[in-house]
Ligand binder design. Structure first.
Ligand code: ADP
Length: 627
């Protein structure tokens, strides 16, 4: 269990962050506090004055007090409503800001750090618990409630202390003795201590049940969200669900988890009800005692009937504030515990130090990249995926990286793009270790289409420009180069057409069409190195042949790297690297490798027949296949 100190250390750090994000929200809560307590206590004083004036037959004063009461209520009511409406928006904003902080931090970290299971888990945990528990907005509200309860307690106690100090008139015997300051103060202090103790016991009694319920429920809401949003709410999954008739299975699955969720909800309501009953019991005992004490003071002439209403009101405030303080503090403790994970995520250090030297801007594109004895394993794994890779990438050449699935081709590119760092060896750009360069500048050298590229439910132009300025001439140019021009012209809205139906009325496109748009995005970057990882995997052989025929034009003047297990791509390249089990086993031109009769020649022979049949122009047979 976290200590009081650590809870509030977390809480105050978050409050400071909230204040730095929006300097209005905390002052607005403070203003709201003044208004809401002002309304209660000014109301108590005015009501007391009104009752006393009425009982004394002073009707003018009574009318004045009634008018003041009305005006005060109007003023406080209207002002609070205005502030509360604004606070609702601010609270939502703060709730959402949490996700922005989370994602901003995730993107500020290197890809490799983010892939570590313990870091990814912190992010997911923070996100999930914020979804379920209300996050930063709730934290802020709880602090407001706690502060309000503390001020309320102070005000009510000082008012009620004043009641104790009032001396009874003479001649009331035992009642008078009981109503005199010391016994009545002791009586009141005993009642207050009893209430605090009772409220705390009631909270502790049910806190354990609440915690057990929360823990037993972990994962159920995630499952419901996954089924409703990712499976049932996924337009693309609809095809497969219908074809395989999976709907009954999925709906049954959903109903099992919904039942669990409802069960949990009803159990949680039960605990709340029991907690409420326990609170009411303790509160009722206190209120009865408080009424008796105040009545005793009236009967013995210590206070007026009007003051009685004022004191009873203050005593009510005391009880309510006690329960709020204890319950809200318990909830805050829970929120701060999971927020500690969030702060730990924000404090996560990058695995690697980020370099800062700028990349030389060369109009001649004279960049030389070298892998020097590079070995690599993925975070959390033992197996070396790249083993002593040593090669240079020729400037403005066309390089093909080939090999069977799992040979390490994509990993080679990920290291080249600095998504990961070598376990040993180094990668250099113009002789300088790439780790020393400013990361963003270095990455701007590459236009990449990964095998698992992603387009978003954004307009076509945003998918192509990927955050760069909209230059329509250039967009159309790259769309034409990627053979996607006529497709986009045919879309309603053209460049402004939304992709996919995730956001409603978007255009659904095929895998091949998506790949063309991803290619256009890589070309729009106008980077000196273009990397295409299985660039034609989703294209039919004819379209593949067309795209390859245009590659020369597309990558003119740049260095291009094609990664493929489809050998047809190699015909268009002047240099070929062959990967096998994480190692470079062969390198050379198509002719040289074919003649060598090694892995490359075998792969070529195995695939050549498919391409001969699929494309009308048969590929040049490799030397070994001819012989
Ligand atoms: P290729 O591109 O040649 O098909 P990859 O470079 O994608 O091969 O994968 C090489 C090896 O690395 C494979 O055994 C693959 O399972 C493993 N691998 C790829 N990505 C990861 C990852 N993120 N974590 C752990 N292992 C991975």
């Amino acid at each position: 269990m976290n200590t009081f100190r650590s809870i509030h250390k977390t809480g105050f750090r978050l409050l400071k962050m909230i204040h730095a994000e929006d300097s209005i929200v905390i002052p607005m809560y403070l203003l709201n506090l003044v208004l809401s307590l002002g309304q209660i206590y000014i109301g108590l004083f005015l009501t007391a004055g009104l009752v006393d004036a009425l009982l004394a037959g002073q009707y003018r004063q009574a009318a004045g007090a009634a008018l003041m009461l009305l005006l005060a209520n109007l003023f406080f009511g209207l002002a609070s409503r205005l502030i509360q409406r604004r606070l609702q928006c601010l609270q939502r904003k703060i709730w959402l800001v949490f996700y922005v902080w989370l994602r901003r931090k995730a993107f500020s970290m290197d890809y490799e750090t983010m892939e570590r299971p313990e870091v990814a888990e912190k992010l997911l945990f923070s996100e999930r618990t914020s979804d379920m528990q209300g996050g930063l907005g709730t934290l802020l509200y709880h602090y407001y409630e706690i502060l309000k309860a503390i001020v309320n307690l102070l005000l009510s106690v000082s008012l009620v202390a004043h009641l104790c100090l009032r001396k009874p008139g003479a001649g009331f015997g035992v009642l008078g003795a009981l109503a005199s300051p010391v016994p009545s103060a002791l009586l009141l202090a005993g009642m207050m201590a009893g209430t605090v103790f009772g409220a705390y016991r009631a909270f502790r009694r049910f806190a354990e049940e609440r915690r057990a319920l929360f823990e037993s429920h972990t994962g159920v809401e995630d499952r419901v969200m996954y089924l409703t949003q990712q499976v049932l709410g996924n337009f693309k999954a609809g095809k497969m669900i219908r074809i395989y008739g999976m709907q009954d299975m999925i709906l049954e699955n959903l109903s099992v988890f919904l039942k669990k969720s409802w069960g949990h909800f009803s159990d949680a309501c039960d605990v709340e009800r029991k907690q409420g009953n326990a609170n009411r019991l303790v509160d009722s005992v206190f209120i009865v005692g408080a009424y008796l004490l105040a009545a005793l003071k009236v009967v013995t002439g210590a206070v007026t009937v009007g003051a009685f209403t004022q004191y009873v009101g203050a005593l009510h405030q005391f009880g309510g504030a006690c329960f709020t303080l204890i319950a809200v503090h318990g909830d805050l403790q829970k929120i701060c515990t999971y927020m500690e994970e969030f702060l730990a995520f924000l404090d996560t250090e990058n695995l690697h130090v980020k370099g800062s030297i700028p990349v030389e801007k060369r109009t001649d594109g004279e960049y030389e990249i070298a892998f020097e004895h590079v070995s690599f394993r993925y975070p959390g794994t033992e197996k070396l995926v790249l083993k002593d890779v040593d090669c240079r990438i020729r400037v403005r050449g066309k390089l093909a990286v080939v090999g069977r699935n799992g040979a390490g081709k994509t990993t080679f590119i990920k290291l080249l793009c600095r998504l990961y760092e070598p376990a040993s060896g180094r990668i250099t750009l113009n002789g300088v270790d790439i780790r020393k360069y400013d990361e963003e500048e270095y990455r701007s050298l590459f236009g990449v289409v990964f095998q698992d590229f992603k387009l978003f439910a954004f307009p076509v132009w945003e998918n192509v420009t990927a955050g760069r300025a909209r230059n329509e001439t250039r967009i159309w140019e790259v769309l034409e180069q990627a053979e996607a021009g006529s497709m986009v012209r045919g879309m309603p809205g053209g460049l402004d057409a939304y992709l996919y139906k995730d956001m409603g009325d978007g255009v659904e496109i095929s895998g091949g069409e998506a790949q063309k748009l991803a290619l256009a995005r890589a070309l729009y970057r106008d980077a000196p190195v273009v990397i295409l990882d299985e660039p034609t995997a989703a294209l039919d052989p004819k379209a593949e042949a067309e795209v390859y025929a245009r590659f020369d034009e597309m990558v003119k003047g740049r260095t291009s790297v094609y990664i493929s297990h489809r050998m047809a791509s190699c015909r268009f390249c002047d240099d070929i690297i062959v990967f096998e089990d994480g190692k470079i086993v062969e390198r050379g031109s198509h002719e040289a490798l074919s003649a060598a009769g090694g892995s490359y020649a075998k792969m070529w022979s195995a695939q050549a027949k498919y391409y001969d049949a699929a494309t009308d122009s048969p590929p040049e047979a490799p030397a070994c296949a001819r012989s």
